[in-house]
Design a protein around this ligand. Structure first.
Ligand code: HSE
Length: 320
């Protein structure tokens, strides 16, 4: 070993990194939460070569880059290896449970999994806060410097994220009795395109409405008022109108979700996944099925799922 380098403590670890819903409607780029399903799973093993390498990627239909310089998992893993001053490299096997360009924080989950796996392999020398910059670097490669998917994926729960540093992250209350119905039409919406559609300036009265919606949203979280939460999330008057044309049947899906008992519906991240807020698990299942059926009737493949916000973020298991 070279002086001051750190050797791996384990032979293999596995990390589960959850999907996340960024924006929560009105809270563009500053709010997000982690959900129980779906997730990415990454296994990591030490290797003699320096740096992070990809052994295989499963579940991405061959779409994601195997080049370590272009994959968010290996970019984040490389950053973490340098922070740790690792004596050797790592080889990652990535199982994509989260579809890319689907609005569920797929690139962020891989980045978080890569960095967390490196940290676990080397015996957890870094705290979550120390790992954040590595995760942000990975995510930035595909969708720029914002951490509204990274933070909930790493820390879990509902997070307020102002900027990309740990000092700007706050855990917010997780609403109790909230169930989510999500539907992902099988089309891709690239985050860069969805961001390019956004206005660069907004009128003062729009700004007042938007900040009002965010304030109501935070208040509703603290009071656990689910109806008020849904209304505040839907109170986004800037981002959704600018992106609506990228989400097929957005308004029809909101109507169907509400007919089946949902309190409200928002675009998940940059879309196209839509997320409806429900008050029990049966209702969430019915809403998810109704939304998926509406897409299928219109000729879109679609995946519906009922899920919930989860408290913990990426989790680690030592395999060997
Ligand atoms: N806040 C981001 C957006 C999340 O909506 O563009 C997607 O990466």
């Amino acid at each position: 070993l070279k002086a001051n380098t750190r050797a791996a403590l384990h032979q293999a670890v596995e990390v589960k990194a959850p999907a996340t819903l960024a924006n929560m409607g009105a809270g563009f780029d500053i709010l997000g939460f982690a959900v129980a399903d779906p997730c990415d799973v990454v296994q990591a093993e030490p290797c003699d070569e320096h740096g992070a390498h990809i052994a295989a990627i499963h579940g991405d239909e061959g779409k994601l880059p195997l080049d370590p310089a272009k994959n968010t998992a290996t970019i984040a893993a490389n950053h973490a290896l340098q922070r740790i001053n690792a004596a050797h490299g790592v080889r990652l096997t990535i199982h994509k449970g989260i579809a890319s360009a689907g609005g569920l924080g797929s690139s962020a989950a891989s980045a978080v999994a890569g960095a967390v796996a490196v940290n676990a392999l080397f015996g957890q020398p870094l705290s979550h806060d120390d790992l954040l910059p590595s995760c942000v670097e990975g995510e930035a490669f595909v969708s720029g410097y914002h951490a509204d998917n990274i933070a909930p994926c790493l820390y879990g729960g509902v997070t307020l994220v102002v900027g990309v540093e740990a000092s700007g992250i706050r855990a917010l209350p997780i609403p109790s009795g909230l169930y989510l119905a999500m539907v992902t039409p099988h089309i891709r919406v690239e985050t860069a395109l969805a961001r390019a559609c956004l206005p660069q300036t907004v009128a003062l009265k729009t700004m007042i409405a938007q900040t009002g919606a965010v304030a109501k949203l935070i208040d509703a979280l603290y009071r656990n008022d689910l109806a008020a939460l849904a209304a505040a999330m839907e109170g986004d008057s800037v981002i959704e109108p600018a992106r609506a044309h990228l989400m097929p049947l957005l308004h029809e899906q909101r109507a169907v979700a509400k007919q089946h008992g949902a309190l409200g519906l928002v675009i998940s991240g940059a879309g196209p996944t839509l997320c409806a807020l429900c008050t029990d698990t049966h209702s969430a299942e019915q809403v998810a099925a109704a939304m998926a059926a509406q897409y299928q009737a219109a000729g879109y493949g679609a995946t519906g799922r009922a899920t919930q916000i989860i408290d913990g973020g990426a989790s680690t298991r030592v395999l060997r």
